[in-house]
Design a protein around this ligand. Sequence first.
Ligand code: PLP
Length: 432
Amino acid sequence: MFVSDDLNVNSQGNLTIGGMDTVALAKEYGTPLYVMDEDLIRDNLRRFHGSIDRFYGGKGMVCYAGKAFTCLEMCRVVASEGDGLDAVSIGELYTAVKAGFPMERVGFHGNNKTDEELAYALDNGVGHIIVDNISELHRLEKIAAEKGVKAQIMFRIKPGIDAHTHKAVMTGQIDSKFGFALETGEAFEAVKEALSCENTDLVGVHCHIGSQIFDIEPFEEAARVMLRFIAKIKAELGYEVKSLDLGGGFGIKYLEEHDPAPFENYLERVSAVVKAECGSLGISQPFIIIEPGRSVVAPAGITLYTVGARKEIPGIRTYISVDGGMTDNPRYILYQSEYEAVVANKASQERSEKVTIAGKCCESGDLIGEGMPLQHAESGDILAVLATGAYNYSMSSNYNRVPKPAVVFVSGGKSRVVVKRETPEDIIRNDI
Ligand SMILES: *Cc1c(COP(=O)(O)O)cnc(C)c1O
């Protein structure tokens, strides 16, 4: 009935998540509110690492991409599942450190890491650093030498794959700010140089072709391209790269018509390609890393709002205004991302009208969506926007000095706050 099987309707006609009444949650914790089903998050992680066990003999690891959603408790959940974590800034690294995350399972990403961030990563024993460009290699080599340590590195490679997704989240093509190009020989030259570095140890190559990708073919193609590169390095430089990091980007269902491949199919098919290709190239099967972000958390999250004004403009459209907007969900204004919405206290009713859901910020583009089928919504209703678990809280802002919502986890029929709601005092905490 809804985009996620985790959502249902109870006997009062209210929307439930993980079996819990969303209207009651809105009442208890206030709105706007992010609610995430911890049990589903764990289940999604298990589906990914379970598929590595099943189809690739366990010779791999999941590094959850923390940028999709992270906080102390999320780090604890990922740690307790035995998975790894990708971080892309000192703030994400710091969150992992403070959560007691096993830092040897952390990968540090970014196309423009600062010296301060690189030093922080080394000081805290980050497992591997995914080096994006040659100047970063030079800076890292110098910082590692000063500290007398050897940094485990991977190179981020642009494999030249067109992954048919929104251009803002397509990252594998040559015209991208991320990584070394394969076609031009840039990546190969970088590998040569890394092999002569004393304080960096090249353990892997990495690619990430984009996000919200429904098909498995582009991932298979990326694996082939990367394995050929590993084979070339072995043949011409006599060095065998141990790890192959294939990134994330697995698509999820935001709308009924979306039909992403089940998570398990991804590794089933990609590991078959890897095994076959390694056989024909005469290289050892690498340790495989995958970096799902969105697919782990997006389906497990919803956002609850209270409906305020209803504005009917005859012959044009109906605006339903909510007590949040682009500050807690900037994805419509950024990419015109589409979502399913439900009036949580009328969830058993038909969606009888099409409306524009608007936020409360001073921007006409501050919308959650346009032409959204919805039950008749009136002031005081609770509105749920579905599948908001990824890139919502993590992309939220304080534009208009709007305090950020709380994040609540539900699990086994209980709920708890994992990130407190911001207060107006939080808004001025760094003001002098
Ligand atoms: C964003 C990102 C991911 C996760 O992408 P999803 O689409 O959320 O799965 C993984 N790896 C890298 C390098 C990324 O930048």
